[in-house]
Design a protein around this ligand. Sequence first.
Ligand code: IPM
Ligand code: MG
Length: 370
Amino acid sequence: MSHYRIAWLPGDGIGPEVCDAARLVLDAAGFQADYIHGDIGWEFWRTEGEALPARTLDLLHNTDCAFFGAITSKPALEAVRELAPELQTRGLTYRSPIVRMRQLLDLYICLRPCRAFPGNPLNYRDHIDLVIFRENTEGMYIGVEFPKMPEALLAIPAIQALPPDAAISIRSITRDASRRIVEAAFQYAMKNGRRKVTAVHKANVLRATCGVFLEAAREVAACYPDIEFDTANIDAMCMWLLKNPLNYDVIVTTNLFGDILSDLCSQLIGGMGFGYSGNIGEKYAVFEPTHGSAPKYAGQNKVNPLAAILAAKMMVEWLGEREIASNIERAVADVVERGAARTYDLGGSASTMDVAQSVAESVRLAHAMR
Ligand code: IPM
Ligand code: MG
């Protein structure tokens, strides 16, 4: 096995605890890597005015991939109020480091599998097995926002008609970005024996932007006649996912809709304790549990680490260590099914590290039996 270099970005809140849990399992699984710590998170915003310092970006350029825990973020005004006094007057704006990493490194795929592990008492239905492909670089996340109407926009008649204090956010969708995320979804479907891809949009209202996405999706789908293709409006999709979650397989959608659908789908399979993501580009990727930093649980060794452990599984899979990846996934399934260790969200009283130890034990067995 190669020896990898992983940028290790625990962040803040519960980030460091779930990263420790994931690390325990990676070691038990026999995964070999150097883990190089990178500064990221709220502390660096407060003291340096930058939650993703340049030195951390350099680290990302010198590693095989990154593993990210969680970070706290707060609304604009509050963020500025928490800056160190000497930074307060510099006109800094807080930007989410994860969104920046996705954009700066062109990590255009946000891959979010949602599988109902047998025996998980929180499963909404058994046998749910969905995979979300969320476009990760554009849409509502381009950061072009105006809290007050800028004069330059007043040349547009429809904008003149708005109240002068209207706040504006701009959504941008391109054909190329739409095509490549849909292509990624179909390629995944092909390679993983998936039967269907559903493209989710709101083209009846967002005619321009969702129109481009939908057209690109149809073009790509036409190249994959063996895979069923359908489309759904985002609102109806939320309803159908609750009504018939087993009807869906691979879901592909734009950035904000993907954000929303991912939390909905995580809840179908046990909540944020099970939601994990890969932010994947052509050459680099950042893996993370989808949950936030949950400051009220920080330092208590209490939260469910399975999302972080599953993110670690996805990381080693992406690096090409398929056997280790499937051992980790099997170990998670085993611990969930036996109810070997359950955190509070699953009705148990096990700690974060208890769960990690159980998964590590199960994975060590699988590793020893090779
Ligand atoms: C996610 C999160 C992020 C997002 C936040 C933290 C900016 O909700 O990864 O789903 O909106 O993409
Ligand atoms: Mg989200």
